[in-house]
Write a protein that binds this ligand. Sequence first.
Ligand SMILES: NC(=O)C1=CN([C@@H]2O[C@H](COP(=O)(O)OP(=O)(O)OC[C@H]3O[C@@H](n4cnc5c(N)ncnc54)[C@H](O)[C@@H]3O)[C@@H](O)[C@H]2O)C=CC1
Ligand SMILES: O=C(CO)COP(=O)(O)O
Length: 339
Amino acid sequence: MTTIPTHGKVAVFSAGSWGTAFSMVLADAGNEVVLWARRPEVAEAINEQRENPDYLPGIELPPTVSATHDVEKALHGADVVVLATPSQSLRENLTTWAPHVEPGAVFVSLMKGVELGTLDRMSEVIGQVTGAGPDRIAVVSGPNLAKEIARREPAASVVACEDEDVARMLQRRCHTAAFRPYTSVDVLGCELGGAYKNVVALSVGMAVGLGFGDNTTASLITRGLAETARLAMKLGANPLTLMGLAGLGDLVATCSSPLSRNRTFGERLGQGMSTEEIYASTRQVAEGAKSCSSLLALAERTGVDAPIAEHVDAVVAGRMTAQQMMESFIARDTKAETD
Ligand SMILES: NC(=O)C1=CN([C@@H]2O[C@H](COP(=O)(O)OP(=O)(O)OC[C@H]3O[C@@H](n4cnc5c(N)ncnc54)[C@H](O)[C@@H]3O)[C@@H](O)[C@H]2O)C=CC1
Ligand SMILES: O=C(CO)COP(=O)(O)O
């Protein structure tokens, strides 16, 4: 069994919104945190100004968070390695980081996407690249908008690992006065819940951008949950995971919040901007804009109906407008709610 102590050094890759906010959680829980930044100037700013001016301006970082651009330095002595890059770049990045990871270290994925092409979940990518077994791979997922977590607003989340003892140890490593983690052994359910809610949030954003109200958004959220559960359960997830924090909880937070990058991306599509125009206007990742395609392919491969992923993918790819998407949803063949 993998054993990790209750406190220690954690390496976090990388210093975007969620990597930085989760570093604060880890530091508040008593860990020494080293945050790896892709750009040396971001590491320097964090160490000198005690804040991440690019991603979380105005938020003071705890003294036990330091930053570096040096991979070896970040990983030296770390028994937990937290991964928070955009999903589509994880494989390439981790391939260069893996040789420097301490033997036996546990990986924690904070990412909410599915790899294009392979259709692999992030835990699967981590296992393939590092050779770590399921007892060394965990995910943290829940209604955790980075800015609110960084402001230490109360929130709950799920720490999932197939080895429940490891999930419990990680739970202790990130439990603070404001952040309450629950354990789970359903890694697949948590990951699919996290990735799918981004696609649903894109559709909700489109509805908002088109000027529609709460009936439309509630309908999309509810049918989005049904679609997520249909795929996740067919692949072996526990249905209760989808009703929990990493499913319904995250779906509600992301679809309701103007802080969500995915909802905002959808809103802009609904207002008539093209995907290219939106990409040009922001540096922050909206995972659903890529994962709509991989989740649709996963649903097709699994033989599951996925109309929201299918329509969102069509709008993101420019094959359909947001207005046409809404009309098409309503015009689809009618059926029983539970089918
Ligand atoms: N922001 C949030 O509230 C939450 C985000 N997440 C998930 O966490 C993951 C990371 O998201 P954020 O930190 O929000 O994104 P972000 O856009 O704020 O930051 C992304 C980070 O990755 C780095 N990066 C970008 N492209 C890269 C590349 N090609 N190679 C290596 N590093 C690269 C950036 O420099 C930046 O440090 C995503 O999967 C997201 O869905 C999960 C929960 C909450
Ligand atoms: O995953 C999130 C909240 O749990 C953040 O959502 P966005 O990536 O859409 O901002």
